[in-house]
Ligand binder design. Structure first.
Ligand code: APR
Length: 264
């Protein structure tokens, strides 16, 4: 099947729905210039996660960990959201029950205008006081002090990011599970579907009978479960799906609520 035929199939599945949940990974930001994690030049090919993205690594050497985050912030501050981010921000108006769940900490979805957003793994532009737990925005690039300290109590600040071996924030996880269990369809964009609990969201949706549409430049463990899997860069494929949806709306495709899977 051609990419356009798959795009049309995806649009047929999504057209007229109310409750669409989208899950994104670092692949959606690749065209903006943000490195992925496991791709050819991915972060985990160049750096050892256990030395930089675990509570143990931070306890051992907070300066080294912050130097790495300062470097990543230096990359991200210079990039912009791409057409893939823009389509998902616009879809908040198209699908009444729209939720965007992202694993990305780069802040490009909110920058593109996404508001109905669940940031599962935190945000690189936020810090958390290790003593008081206060979370604050910090956009200083480069950081003037490494490691940065809490302006109130002087304790170490840490990136407000979920590290390997850490639990997700309970409220954030609850929002994601709710959006995953009530959606009529799930669109999964630019993730290798390895890291849980994020990777379990589309599995649970598919098990419930909600169709999964995947957009990725490569096959993933989710591909065989997807109703439609489109090979291509998100920044090109998402606008094509959006265009196909627009033409269905113009043709007056009726709004429909899928009779199929009821929210579990
Ligand atoms: N468009 C669509 N997909 C793309 C693109 C693109 N332009 N470029 C790369 N991809 C795909 C890759 O084929 C791969 O499947 O995006 C995926 C990126 O996978 P990873 O690098 O593993 O990133 P991600 O899935 O977001 O990682 C999940 O792991 O390291 C932790 O907490 C970190 O949130 C992260 C989590």
């Amino acid at each position: 099947m051609t990419t356009q035929e798959l795009v049309e199939q995806a649009a047929d599945l999504l057209a007229g729905l109310d409750r669409l949940t989208v899950l994104t990974g670092s692949g959606i930001s690749a065209e903006s210039g943000v490195p992925t994690f496991r791709g050819e030049d991915g972060l985990w090919r160049r750096f050892r996660a256990e030395e930089l993205a675990t509570p143990g690594a931070f306890a051992r050497d907070p300066k080294l960990v912050w130097e790495w985050y300062d470097w990543r912030r230096g990359i991200i501050v210079g990039v912009r959201p791409n057409p893939g981010h823009a389509v998902l921000a616009r879809w908040e108006e198209v699908f009444p029950g729209f939720t965007l769940i992202t694993q990305n900490v780069d802040g490009l979805h909110p920058l593109a205008g996404s508001r109905r957003l669940v940031e599962l793994h935190g945000n690189i532009w936020k810090t958390r006081c290790t003593a008081e737990g206060v979370v604050e925005e910090n956009r200083e690039v480069p950081l003037s002090a490494i490691p940065p300290r809490c302006p109130r109590c002087g304790a170490l600040l840490r990136p407000h990011i979920v590290w390997f071996g850490e639990m997700l924030d309970r409220d954030v996880l609850r929002q994601a599970l709710e959006a995953g269990s009530s959606c009529e369809a799930m669109l999964v964009v630019g993730t290798s579907s390895f890291v849980h609990p994020a990777a379990s969201l589309p599995l649970a949706a598919a098990e419930r009978g909600a169709p999964v549409v995947e957009v990725n430049t490569a096959e993933t463990p989710l591909t065989h479960l997807a109703a439609v899997s489109i090979r291509g860069p998100a920044g090109e494929v998402l606008p094509r799906i959006d265009e196909a949806l627009c033409s269905r709306r113009k043709r007056g495709a009726p709004r429909r609520s899928r009779r199929g899977p009821s929210p579990s």
